[in-house]
Design a protein around this ligand. Structure first.
Ligand code: NDP
Length: 277
């Protein structure tokens, strides 16, 4: 069943399990545990973000929890994602440690960070974490179409998200289509190419015409498709800039020009180079 339903304010998306994911989130990969991370999370929440994306592998869950508490934003208004580090053995024990570090009693989304050792072995533990109420939703990251198919064939609780590298330069059209057709929301990581795509001539030209910035154009390209997007910044003004996405639109022509930047051939793969094998 396709899941393309946005929430009434247009800033969130329904997941197949009935939960809601805000389309904009703050990513904190490579942000060291400490004041830089605490501040980024607090600023984002003060500036209206309601979604934070961390991971066990990032080593900064304590600071994410601190930033949430410092912001004063009620916990139940915030969507918190963490990821199971698949070099660990047990998703339940691992999420219990995450919750301790975060200072939370549950996360909103718990995803298998990458399919190390195959796509299915960790899933019973993910389902158990869900059943125990540690995670409201469960999903995966860096899974190809084939890996999603293998997982769904054996899963009792289906994954509701596949978080993958996704931007106009990595427009994984076949993977997106598969997700849409199977009730899985594709979530875009590295939407600015970890900074590499900000010099895009096409995005720059569109940004100039719209009196926006290249970052906003690249992020809006995802929002136009109702794809949740999690840009990272530790600078307050950029965190603010990256949130100004819901007061402008891209034309069909803009979208078509950006689509053409794709260097993946519209692949159904999640990664060109698997760092885990
Ligand atoms: P992004 O694509 O979000 O780009 C971040 C880079 O762009 C940083 O160098 C940042 O610098 C800079 N930047 C951000 N906003 C602006 C702006 N408005 N103007 C100019 N420069 C800007 O990078 P990530 O690769 O970090 O991806 C985002 C998130 O996705 C991660 O933080 C993580 O949460 C998730 N992710 C998940 C992965 C997975 O395997 N599941 C893998 C990779 C990422 P500065 O901070 O100095 O502003």
């Amino acid at each position: 069943m396709p899941v393309s339903v946005t929430t009434t304010d247009g800033q969130g998306r329904m997941l197949a399990d009935g939960n809601e994911i805000p389309l904009l989130g703050l990513g904190v990969w490579q942000v060291p545990n400490g004041p830089e991370c605490v501040n980024a999370v607090r600023w984002a929440l003060e500036l209206g973000y309601r979604h934070i994306d961390t991971a066990q592998a990032y080593g900064n869950e304590e600071s994410v929890g601190q930033g949430i508490r410092d912001s004063g934003v009620p916990r139940d208004e915030i969507f918190v994602t963490t990821k199971f580090q698949p070099r660990s053995k047990d998703p339940v024990a691992a999420v219990e440690r995450s919750l301790e570090r975060l200072g939370l009693d549950r996360v909103d989304l718990y995803i298998v960070h990458w399919p190390a050792g195959g796509p299915t072995w960790a899933w019973p533990g993910m389902e158990r974490a869900h059943e125990l109420g540690y995670a409201r939703s469960v999903g995966v990251s860096n899974f190809d179409v084939q890996e999603l198919q293998q997982l769904v064939a054996t899963a009792a609780v289906a994954p509701v998200v596949d978080q993958v590298q996704f931007s106009p330069y990595e427009y994984r059209k076949a993977l997106l289509a598969h997700c849409e057709e199977n009730g899985i929301v594709l979530e875009a990581y590295s939407p600015l190419g970890s900074g590499r795509h900000l010099g895009s001539e096409v995005a720059g030209r569109i940004a100039e015409r719209l009196e926006r910035t290249p970052a906003q154009v690249l992020l809006r390209w995802c929002i136009e498709r109702h794809i949740p997007v999690i840009p990272k910044s530790t600078k307050r003004e950029r965190i603010a800039e990256n949130a100004q996405l819901f007061d402008f639109t891209l034309t069909d022509e803009d979208m078509a020009q950006l689509d053409q930047l794709d260097g993946t051939g519209g692949t159904n793969r999640a990664q060109e180079r698997k760092w885990w094998s």
